[in-house]
Design a protein around this ligand. Structure first.
Ligand SMILES: *[C@@H]1O[C@H](CO)[C@@H](O)[C@H](O)[C@H]1NC(C)=O
Length: 384
């Protein structure tokens, strides 16, 4: 079959014109990736990565990515880029992951780190800004993590987002916008979206605000929920300007995101307007959740029982449209041929197995088979 034509020239023009692309990695230059990716030496037992397009693929070169090669290992590897802040801009994180080994238990996620990351010492304690992507363990865990760090705490998404569990390459995209909305896309389709303030566990953040003990917090705590319900302008009805400080009633108001039917959090009026919080409030400002000031590295820091996962097409940008185009030009072009090759291989394997069975059959009739005739499936390797 003809290799997919990827209009990379067009992509780069677009990139220069519109998008800030902070990091892009397709592993198209052979072993040179080793100059960009630093394996951690923090534990001599860390598993090794190699460049591979796997057992089946859509394009032997374009589908090459970082593949885990050893079972029951921790992995830790990272790549650097010039540090940037996502303040006031969308942040789009995207990559492809393929569990062609039929993942039984292991991580398929990426982490985005502050520029201060010590790459050689990367381990599971290394502070990160974002952890995003699929995690699979048996039938119980098949989820997409979106863990965000702000105020030095990690916050996990409350909405459970199911990940893909088959052996094909899938495209995972996380979009965080300055207005606190977010989107998780899998294979270009929106799997979850909404408002970070509602869809993340922020309990620990609220309780840490309580502990700091300024006078203002009295208001912050008791009105945490109430403020969302105060429609229209004006301070909360029990506002005490002596205790709570002056609230600027002319301050810009933030509009709550328009919730689609069924997605509206209980007890919240969809037309509610939210006050911009007092400047020195010790909890979330609208910029906190999506603002990471010194983003400088991306990495894989995970555990895998059965290895063979391939990570590819990493992208960090501020441009959602560029990410979509990049996804289409990479995953979009190779997913079809990849499936075809897998199906052809599957048919060939079945044919071979049938031929072997037929060859063994005459002996089985004469009682020479090592198999038990009453158990036709016996002897076949069973998938977990
Ligand atoms: C691994 O990294 C930690 C810092 O996170 C450090 O304290 C420890 O000494 C390192 N271990 C090795 C073997 O390098």
């Amino acid at each position: 079959m003809a290799p997919p034509r990827v209009a990379l020239g067009a992509l780069f023009v677009l990139r220069a014109a519109l998008a800030a692309v902070y990091f892009q990695e397709q592993f198209l230059d052979g072993e040179h990736w080793r100059n960009r990716w630093v394996p951690s030496t923090n534990d001599s037992g860390f598993g090794h990565f190699r460049l591979s397009s796997g057992k089946f693929y859509g394009h032997i070169e374009k589908d090459k990515g970082l593949q885990t090669t050893q079972d029951s290992r921790f992995y830790a590897i990272s790549a650097r880029f010039p540090p940037f802040s996502s303040r006031g801009r969308p942040l789009v994180l995207q990559y492809t992951v393929k569990h062609e080994q039929k993942m039984d238990c292991g991580g398929g996620y990426v982490k985005v780190f502050p520029a201060g990351l010590d790459q050689r010492q990367l381990n599971n304690k290394s502070p990160y800004y974002i952890m995003f992507g699929p995690d699979i363990c048996g039938f119980d865990i098949t989820k997409v993590h979106v863990i965000l760090q702000f105020k030095n705490q990690y916050h996990e998404n409350k909405k459970s987002i199911r990940c893909k569990v088959d052996g094909y390459t899938h495209l995972y995209t996380l979009v965080l916008r300055p207005d606190l909305s977010y989107e998780v896309r899998i294979d270009g389709q929106v799997a979850e979206s909404g408002d970070i303030e509602y869809d993340w566990n922020l309990e620990s953040l609220k309780s840490s605000a309580k502990k700091t003990g300024t006078e203002q917090q009295g208001w912050e705590q008791k009105d945490w929920d109430k403020q969302f319900l105060e429609a229209g302008a004006g301070a909360p009805s029990d506002w005490n300007s002596k205790l709570d400080g002056d609230v600027d009633l002319q301050a810009p108001l933030l509009q709550k995101p328009p919730y689609q039917d069924g997605l509206k959090p209980e007890g919240i009026d969809s037309n509610v307007w939210l006050h911009r919080k007092p400047k020195d409030a010790n909890y979330l400002a609208e910029s906190d959740l999506t603002e990471f000031d010194d983003i400088g590295a991306i990495g894989l820091e995970l555990w895998q029982v059965r290895s063979g996962t391939i990570f590819d097409n990493f992208l960090i940008t501020d441009d959602e449209e560029y990410a979509q185009k990049f996804g289409k030009a990479t995953w979009g072009e190779t997913k079809g041929p990849e499936k075809e090759m897998d199906e052809i291989q599957g048919k060939e394997e079945m044919k071979l197995a049938r031929e072997q069975d037929e060859a063994e059959l005459p002996r089985a009739r004469h009682g020479q088979s090592p198999r038990f005739p009453g158990f036709p499936g016996f002897g076949h390797k069973k998938e977990l």
